[in-house]
Design a protein around this ligand. Structure first.
Ligand SMILES: [Cu+2]
Length: 386
């Protein structure tokens, strides 16, 4: 039979003290007093040390990271964060129709062994949704994303970056095998920098500013796509479109005055808008087009800065999907392909029946935030379903 110890006796705590107990009590009190004093001194020293370390860290950041003052230093932000999702100018439909959609057509490959690419970075206000203005760090003549670079395997890319912005920037090409500390170095405002790489790896790649904090530079619009055709051509396509997916994190609705980057939302991955080629729903109002029976090729880059894009075309199935931009092989008959932030993929669809075929990120919060467009095949009647 199990037995349990009896409840402890607390008789020793009763005040019927034995001789000498008052001396012991006084000594204990003295000891406790000294211990408290020592702990207080230790606490003061620790707080001072932490303050010094923080000051040193701030000083170091100020000297090594020129963009430190471009984003809030304080990351202690309470959730939830205020969302401006879906908040547009008043006459949103009119504004959307009046917006000139970014040309998604893949440009031709320049002739010759050497392809010179020149980009000038510029701080500019762009619209990211109807009537929603945003202070970007972007590309002169393009906004965000930057221009599509299209080369063929084996060509040399000579990239010249001119910094027309207010703080240092850089450019990181995922298609390059090159020492980043040399080629992707910071370029000071007003200066230019040129580097070369050989495009030996076919695929569709992201390029972006790689200056710290990279999250802020990409979120502010410093990204684009480079397509490297394989030396052995892909099967023929009738239309080739480039889509760069990205998120926007806004400090305000951007309607009265341009919004800027809300770094807390960017860190929390809570975008206000997500887009293809920088503007919410622009290919819903201005669809991409094809004729029935055409093969349409999509080159898709997920620029992030953080979220992936799950590419899907409603009403059809990918006849070919070069997943992860691996141009050595394709998958057949797949429905949705996840494109990681900083990744790319290529898709062929051949649609015989006229209609409006939405292309989306099938992570549907993104559709709600603007990452949706239409492929208009032939001259269909009626509206879209998504
Ligand atoms: Cu930058």
């Amino acid at each position: 039979m199990a037995s349990y110890p009896a409840a402890p006796s607390y008789r020793h705590a009763h005040p019927d003290r034995e001789p000498g107990s008052s001396i012991a009590f006084a000594l204990l009190a003295l000891f406790l007093g000294i211990a408290v004093a020592i702990l207080a001194i230790v606490a003061v020293v620790l707080v001072k040390t932490a303050d010094d370390a923080r000051d040193e860290a701030k000083a170091a950041a100020a000297t090594t990271d020129h963009s430190a003052d471009a984003v809030p230093a304080d990351s202690a932000v309470s959730l939830p964060l205020q969302s401006f999702a879906g908040k547009t100018g008043e006459n949103a439909e009119e504004l959307a129709m009046a917006h000139t959609a970014t040309d998604a057509v893949l440009p031709l490959v320049p002739a010759g062994d050497l392809v010179r690419v020149q980009m000038t970075l510029k701080d500019m206000v762009v619209e990211v949704a109807p009537g929603v203005k945003y202070n970007t760090w972007a590309f002169d003549g393009h906004g965000a994303p930057g221009p599509v670079v299209h080369v063929r395997e084996g060509q040399t890319v000579e990239m010249t970056l001119t910094n027309g912005g207010a703080i240092p920037h850089s450019i990181d090409f995922h298609a390059a095998r090159i020492a980043p500390n040399v080629a992707f170095r910071d370029v000071a405002p007003g200066e230019s920098f040129t580097f070369r790489f050989v495009a030996n790896d076919p695929g569709v790649y992201m390029y972006h500013c790689g200056t710290k904090p990279v999250l802020a530079h990409i979120a502010n619009g410093m990204y684009g796509a480079i397509v490297v055709d394989p030396a052995k051509p892909l099967p023929r396509a009738d239309h080739e479109y480039v889509l760069v997916a990205s998120e926007w994190y806004l400090t305000s609705d951007g309607v009265e005055e341009p919004a800027s980057l809300d770094m807390a939302k960017a860190r929390a991955m809570q975008p206000d808008w997500t887009t293809f080629n920088g503007y919410a729903n622009q290919y819903v109002t201005h669809p991409l087009t094809a004729d029935p029976g055409d093969t349409v090729r999509f080159y898709v880059v997920a620029a992030g800065p953080t979220l992936e894009t799950d590419f899907h075309v409603v009403g059809t199935i990918f006849d070919r999907a070069w997943v992860n931009g691996d141009m050595t092989q394709f998958q057949r008959g797949v429905q949705t392909v996840g494109i990681p932030a900083g990744g790319g993929a290529v898709f062929d669809v051949k649609i015989d029946e006229p209609g409006l075929y939405p292309f989306v990120s099938h992570a549907f919060a993104h559709v709600d935030l603007g990452q949706v467009g239409l492929l208009k095949v032939g001259n269909p009647k009626g509206g879209s379903t998504h």
